[in-house]
Design a protein around this ligand. Structure first.
Ligand code: CAO
Length: 485
């Protein structure tokens, strides 16, 4: 019966083919079809045809990417929060009952997650899993199979001790990217635990920050933690792109020492320049202070070829932030002279050219300061900007928190949290015209455990019940005590 049907079908197809070959009308239609296929380069470079959807409605940049977020404290969470802002589904795995240690650090509202935690873990989902419990290990392995990227910043060796070695992960899911922040890369310090300031010191920042007469200084910007998180995010996105071609994952490592050094590269530049003579743009050159064999601390000297300094503005006696950064950019030297009431400096050979000014920077900035002290920092900005003189007010955190324009661009965002109420967070500093930032509040500890077990990992009602009974996702009777900050 089936054979007879097949023969009849084949006959019918042959008749139709013959008829199509004979009919000129049909022939031309076939031609048109061929032309249609040839004409538009629908998949130029293997890319799909440009979306016709309105901007911002074609999904977010990282939509569809699942991240197993095994990060804590600051460096790792910064990385995964950025990926979440860009649309990745970030599943944060936390220890039952305790969670990320920062939930309880520097608490300002009793009983609520700290701002330390909430500002670094927005737009993520939280699942609690005891990674050392046999059932917990099983759940983690399911997550490894489901996710695209595992991000972690445990102390060296901690992930291996959980049984999640690279070899094992790669066997479970050859497409998985395993991304880590560590304090140091391979070498004498690779086993060390590292926090922000250690990285600033080991990466060249502390030695080159501060005033010549004072000790090394750490900066307020978290270049070791958040800076390295940013580096890691870039590595992850590049690895995801490479995976499209290679089909396989890879390990991505961002060491905090390396990240800090990358941000201090101008100082390594200056270290090499020292071999060829003094660094003329450093104020100590003009002050006649000899250079040693390592790059010195340069106070508020600007790092580039255009000398700059921080100058007092009106009110500096009582307001610690009444200052402006002022740059004596060469192309606007004439305008600077006019504004500060020194028109004669435009032609005076001691001041008219950049090389002539270098040994006199202290005197120049003292004179400019006499002018800036007569204006508040915003008045000075208004005047200087009219002449394209590069400058910037020293903005306090209070002023930044209240800045309307930063709110308008989504760089500062207010979100609402169920236990602490409204708080400010930093949104995505990277603006994308077709991928609006997805900035949401941070999750409560284990808020999404149930939904992830069921919807992401496909556990049945009974299995979820068994998992709850097992103790793999709940706090032990006597919860581990979170360490103080
Ligand atoms: N279930 C069970 N155990 C868990 C767990 C979970 N869900 N999550 C973490 N743990 C365990 C780890 O397995 C580890 O146990 P072992 O030491 O027995 O292997 C333990 O918690 C502690 O992890 P840790 O050593 O990473 O944490 P720490 O507080 O002692 O150290 C830090 C913190 C930041 C110094 C260290 O993680 C580190 O050096 N990380 C790399 C560099 C880094 O990112 N530093 C920046 C931090 S931000 O300032």
């Amino acid at each position: 019966m089936a054979t007879r049907k097949k023969v009849a079908k084949a006959k019918a197809k042959a008749t139709a083919d013959a008829a199509r070959a004979k009919s000129p009308a049909k022939k031309s239609r076939r031609k048109i079809v061929r032309l249609k296929v040839k004409k538009p380069a629908a998949k130029a470079n293997g890319l799909p045809r440009p979306s016709t959807k309105p901007w911002g409605q074609a999904g977010r940049a990282l939509e569809g990417v699942k991240i197993l977020d095994f990060t804590h404290v600051q460096s790792g969470p910064t990385c995964t929060q950025l990926l979440a802002y860009m649309g990745a589904d970030v599943i944060k795995v936390e220890r039952p009952g305790v969670g990320d240690i920062t939930r309880g650090q520097l608490r300002d509202v009793k009983g609520a997650d700290s701002l330390y935690f909430t500002m670094l873990n927005g737009s993520k989902r939280s699942i609690t899993i005891d990674s050392k419990h046999p059932k917990g290990k099983e759940i983690l392995e399911r997550l490894v199979k489901q996710c695209d990227v595992l991000v972690e910043n445990f102390a060296p060796g901690a992930l291996d001790r959980m049984g999640l070695t690279w070899e094992h992960i790669n066997k479970l899911n050859p497409r998985m990217i395993v991304a880590s922040v560590k304090g140091f890369g391979p070498g004498p310090y690779e086993d060390c635990k590292v926090y922000e300031n250690v990285a600033q010191c080991a990466g060249g920042s502390a030695s080159t920050t501060g005033f010549r007469e004072g000790p090394p200084l750490v900066t307020g910007a978290q270049i070791g933690d958040s800076g390295t998180g940013l580096h890691l995010a870039l590595g992850i996105v590049a690895a995801l792109y490479q995976r499209i071609r290679s089909g396989r994952g890879q390990r991505v490592l961002a060491a905090m020492q390396d990240g800090v050094l990358n941000l201090c590269r101008v100082k390594l530049r200056d270290q090499q320049r020292l071999k060829h003579g003094p660094l003329a743009e450093y104020s100590q050159y003009g002050e006649g202070v000899p250079f040693g064999d390592a790059v010195p601390r340069a106070g508020n000297d600007s790092g580039g070829g255009q000398p700059g300094w921080i100058l007092k503005c009106k009110g500096w006696e009582t307001d610690p932030d009444a200052y402006i950064y002022f740059i004596t950019q060469a192309p606007v030297w004439g305008a600077i002279c006019d504004v500060i009431g020194k028109p004669e400096w435009k032609t005076d050979p001691d001041y008219a050219t950049p090389p002539a000014r270098l040994p006199r920077l202290r005197k120049i900035f003292d004179t400019v300061e006499k002018w800036t002290e007569t204006k508040n920092k915003f008045e000075a900005m208004d005047i200087l900007n009219k002449y394209d003189i590069p400058c910037g007010p020293i903005l306090s955190m209070k002023e930044i928190a209240e800045d309307e324009s930063l709110r308008a661009t989504g760089t500062v965002v207010e979100v609402d949290h169920p236990t602490r109420g409204k708080y400010l967070t930093v949104g995505n500093p990277i603006k994308m015209s077709d991928s609006a930032a997805d900035v949401r509040r941070s999750p409560l500890l284990g808020e999404h455990t149930d939904e992830i077990l069921r919807k992401v990992l496909g556990y049945s009602e009974k299995e979820v019940g068994d998992i709850k009974q097992s103790g793999a996702i709940t706090a032990p009777d006597k919860p581990a005590k979170a360490e103080a900050a």
